[in-house]
Design a protein around this ligand. Structure first.
Ligand SMILES: *[C@@H]1O[C@H](CO)[C@@H](O)[C@H](O)[C@H]1NC(C)=O
Ligand SMILES: *[C@@H]1O[C@H](CO)[C@@H](O)[C@H](O)[C@H]1NC(C)=O
Ligand SMILES: *[C@@H]1O[C@H](CO)[C@@H](O)[C@H](O)[C@H]1NC(C)=O
Ligand SMILES: *[C@@H]1O[C@H](CO)[C@@H](O)[C@H](O)[C@H]1NC(C)=O
Length: 573
């Protein structure tokens, strides 16, 4: 499920991301995929650190003193020994912060060193890079690291140093390649390298998302998606069953056209109809407000946040608009702020909505989901309680309340609370036998509790209730991975999801992640492209780009470092 459009979807999608990572055993922070170093059984990859038999200088990141190698005066010093001597001198002055002097010694070491002593030479370049680094001469750092890596392509320290400097000068793609290579060489054990990779991926993802957003064509979500989206608003001023009833009796021609298009699922027509009616001079103020709200909502669904915000603002700021209309617009603007990662602004909009119309259940329903996302479980509980009180017939609100209570119970580790949360959930199947959310959220909870078999049963019941819902199939596929690592079955479910809804971004994204795990990087990159074309919000795009960028970096490294890197997960059939 895309993180877009409603906080509801954000909640259900916040779970599978880490579950997926867990399921496939990848470093959670990375999305890099599990990469298996072929030579792992033969011990650590050889690096220059060990080549001269001395401990690497971890703290100061320069390599190799050789105190044992005293120069014997009765023989002429060999070039190699001379180089070592200069390096040792360089390291000594480096330690006391005389970086310019250190550079001079490393220059001499490099000059003296025989060209065939590749690892030694690489060390001298790396050490000189460290000195340049201390002086913040970034181009020189980069150049020296590059020379070190030409001599010794698997020199982790040089990779990490170059990655850092590339990050500083904003060459993020190259930085990612280096840091990924370093992570692989260190077999994902170096947490500082992992964090660096995560940081670069995020930045790069954000940057790519911003670039794409300026050129991206808007995509109308699937019909099923749109219907589900509107069904999360019980008090929709225009499209709730009650409102439509009212309209049928006292038809206003301006609104009727738009509502007819909506009922006929002619979603592509809605924006043009609204625009035409808004521009007519005889459209009443209240109709105009309704039409602006509807048009703004469709801009939101299309992933055009600026236009959406424009329409929503016009409604929110116009005090002659009805409170129902303004509050609905505020809820939608709030969720958009959330997508822009501005949670304080989001909560402010909810507060404003409460001021205007405190008895509107939709406010609490959506705010509860946001609070759950923000891990504010107590606030989420209050909200879900209020939401259910105001809309007692709303199955989704009931399911949400049960799920929130469960989260609270799980966090507070109180077994009796957990039990009562489960019992309430089970009641939901009698109270709202057709509400798909009751089954999926229950299944989600069972997944958390690692009751996989039962979770699968409830996903299957959810599918019975809502057979056109592609998202549930994706979840069921993820469950297969988590449960027993059954890739084939997982892919079957996800392909089924894509059959049902070829605009299911979540399906492409998940399939792409699985292909990364299987080492099919090129296929994964294609699937991520597809997901990108369907994603709507900056947040979604950023996330997918970071997955794709990670896959691209791995592909490049495979080319760069050759065949002794194997991508793919062992033991996954
Ligand atoms: C991990 O990487 C950092 C650089 O980011 C390096 O300084 C450190 O020595 C590495 N740790 C290990 C255990 O290799
Ligand atoms: C499908 O089901 C999930 C889980 O119940 C729900 O969150 C989502 O809104 C539904 N609809 C779509 C279009 O995904
Ligand atoms: C409210 O909207 C109407 C119709 O678009 C417009 O004429 C009026 O100026 C607006 N009022 C305010 C205070 O913005
Ligand atoms: C959130 O939005 C408000 C209003 O648009 C803005 O003033 C504030 O700086 C934003 N905060 C963040 C963290 O982006």
């Amino acid at each position: 499920m895309p993180v877009s459009n409603s906080a509801a979807s954000a909640v259900s999608s916040s779970l599978p991301k880490w579950q997926l990572a867990l399921a496939v055993g990848a470093p959670v922070a990375l999305g890099l995929g599990y990469i298996y170093y072929k030579n792992s059984s033969q011990g650590k990859p050889k690096g220059p650190d060990k080549s001269n038999g001395t401990a690497p200088e971890k703290q100061i990141s320069i390599d190799g003193d050789s105190p044992g190698k005293n120069i014997r005066s009765d023989r002429p010093e060999t070039p190699a020994a001379k180089a070592q001597r200069y390096k040792t001198l360089g390291n000594e002055v480096f330690r006391v912060g005389k970086y310019d002097d250190a550079i001079l010694y490393y220059n001499k070491a490099i000059e003296a060193c025989p060209l065939e002593d590749k690892n030694e030479l690489a060390t001298f370049y790396q050490n000189r890079a460290a000195a340049y680094d201390a002086l913040e001469k970034f181009t020189a750092v980069k150049d020296d690291c590059t020379k070190a890596l030409e001599l010794n392509p698997k020199y982790t320290k040089a990779l990490i140093r170059r990655a850092k400097v590339l990050e500083k000068i904003n060459e993020l793609e190259l930085a990612l390649e280096d840091i990924t290579a370093a992570c692989i060489l260190e077999k994902f054990t170096n947490s500082s390298a992992l964090l660096a990779a995560d940081r670069v991926l995020r930045q790069l993802g954000k940057q790519h998302a911003q670039e794409l957003l300026t050129t991206k064509k808007p995509v109308m979500p699937s019909k099923h998606f749109i219907k589900t989206y509107f069904s999360s608003f019980r008090n929709d001023p225009l499209l709730s069953a009650e409102a439509i009833n009212l309209l049928d009796n006292h038809g206003s021609p301006g609104l009727t056209n738009a509502v007819e298009a909506f009922r006929g699922e002619r979603y592509d027509d809605i924006i043009p109809i609204c625009t035409a009616e808004i521009e007519k001079s005889d459209t009443s103020l209240s109709d105009k407000m309704q039409l602006l709200l509807l048009r703004g909502t469709f801009y939101l669904l299309l992933g055009q946040p600026d236009k959406a915000i424009g329409d929503l603002n016009a409604v929110i700021s116009n005090e002659s608009a009805s409170k129902e209309v303004r509050v609905n617009a505020l809820i939608k603007r709030a969720t958009m702020h959330m997508q822009l990662e501005n949670s304080s602004q989001c909560l402010k909009d909810f507060e404003k909505a409460v001021e205007i119309y405190p008895n509107c259940g939709d406010i609490y329903h959506h705010r509860g989901q946001v609070n759950l996302l923000l891990e504010k479980v107590n606030e989420a509980r209050e909200d879900s309680e209020k939401s259910l009180k105001l809309n007692p017939e709303f199955g989704i609100a009931y399911a949400q309340k049960c799920y929130t209570d469960y989260r609270h119970a799980a966090l507070s580790r109180m077994p009796n609370l957990l039990e009562s949360a489960m019992e309430n959930f089970e009641k939901s199947f009698e109270l709202f036998p057709d509400c798909c959310e009751c089954y999926t959220l229950y299944a989600q909870m069972l997944c958390d509790a690692q009751s996989y078999e039962k979770a699968d049963e409830y996903f299957s019941k959810a599918i019975e209730k809502d057979p056109k819902n592609a998202t549930i199939y994706v979840h069921r596929g993820l469950l297969q991975l988590q449960w027993c690592g059954n890739v084939i079955k997982a892919m079957e479910y996800i392909n089924k999801a894509l059959e049902l809804d070829d605009k299911c971004e979540f399906g492409y994204e998940t399939l792409g992640t699985i292909e990364v795990q299987r080492g099919n990087l090129k296929e994964a990159i294609k699937l991520f492209d597809k997901a990108l074309s369907l994603a709507r919000t900056a947040l979604e795009l950023t996330h997918i780009f970071s997955l794709q960028d990670a896959a691209k970096a791995q592909l490049k490294i495979g080319e760069r470092l050759g065949a002794d890197f194997i991508f793919g997960i062992p033991n996954m059939s």
